[in-house]
Write a protein that binds this ligand. Structure first.
Ligand SMILES: [Zn+2]
Length: 308
């Protein structure tokens, strides 16, 4: 694992704090999103796109925003309503109807019902719920909530950028590609993000229409899902099984995973896709933070609020 940006000591401490629960869950279930490392890396980098009036506060609490970037995934094990907030199976809606899903929640409910929306995922609408909560926290100057909600909305926005979070074949289970979810969104970023990605993105923008904005990102994800799956399928036919997979120690556990050689080949074939989605995630998160703050009336942000 690459932890250069984050000291090894801190990473070890985090591993200890996360404890047995995390390992049991991680071992028993597939990764659900960018992966713990990826989510932290994305939230961390989003801070640097903020304007000066926000940067001091967010930079002071960058440790909190980073460490809590994957809390939303942990809640999936405890709260049954949590899971659909992380994805939307676009292909399930387009089976019988090629028109787009209604942008607004109420219009979508009228057309599909709450049950079927929850069955296929609600990530774009849930991001707007979080956006409203973040705006309210800014307006009330509840800095503890601002930090908590900033970390969480960062998570959901990053999830919305992952192609397999917009497909019902989210872990390749329909095409005999089990494991591809974590391969794309965890293994590839962990291997290549720090060494190769350019994450200097300028600055956040005010989003006049946050909901249509996030819908566009979701449709981009959905459009990329076939490429993610198809390319890996084709590539897998060119590699023997022992070349595709290898054993490596991760957090003192010997695990079987996609080999570095295979990952490098797949990553190259994807032609910058993971980097583009990571860059888009970072930009979107910073822009949502910034937009919520502007909509709340641009309150002064204290530099000395203790973080949890
Ligand atoms: Zn997630």
């Amino acid at each position: 694992m690459c932890f250069g940006w984050w000291s090894l000591r801190k990473a070890r401490k985090l591993v200890l704090v996360s404890g047995v629960f995390f390992y049991l869950c991680a071992a028993a279930t597939p990764a659900y999103s960018w992966g713990f490392w990826g989510h932290r890396y994305i939230n961390y980098n989003a801070v640097f796109l903020l304007p000066p009036s926000m940067f001091g506060f967010y930079k002071q609490h960058i440790g909190y925003l980073t460490e809590h970037a994957a809390d939303a995934d942990m809640r999936r094990y405890a709260i049954k309503e949590e899971a659909p907030r992380h994805y939307i199976d676009l292909d399930q809606y387009h089976k019988n109807d090629s028109s787009r899903i209604p942008v607004q929640w109420q219009d979508a409910v009228n057309r599909f019902s709450v049950d079927s929306l929850n069955a296929h995922g609600i990530v774009p609408w849930w991001i707007m719920v979080m956006h409203q909560r973040l705006k309210k926290a800014f307006a009330e100057k509840d800095m503890e909530q601002v930090l908590k909600l900033s970390a969480d909305i960062g998570h959901y926005i990053a999830d919305a950028h992952v192609p397999l979070h917009a497909s019902s074949n989210h872990n390749g289970q329909k095409t005999d590609q089990l494991g591809i979810h974590a391969f794309w969104e965890s293994r590839l970023p962990e291997l290549f993000a720090e060494k190769q990605y350019d994450l200097l993105l300028g600055r956040a923008d005010y989003l006049k229409e946050p909901l249509p904005f996030i819908w566009e990102r979701v449709y981009e994800s959905g459009a990329a899902a076939d490429t993610v799956l198809g390319m890996e399928k084709d590539l897998s036919r060119m590699f023997a099984d022992h070349e595709r997979m290898s054993f490596e120690y991760r957090n003192n556990r010997l695990v079987r995973q996609y080999s570095e050689k295979y990952a490098a080949r797949y990553h190259k074939q994807l032609n910058g896709m993971v980097e583009r989605r990571m860059r888009a995630s970072i930009y979107a998160i910073a822009s949502f933070w910034y937009t919520a703050w502007v909509e709340a009336g641009q309150p002064d942000l204290p530099f000395n609020t203790p973080s949890n």
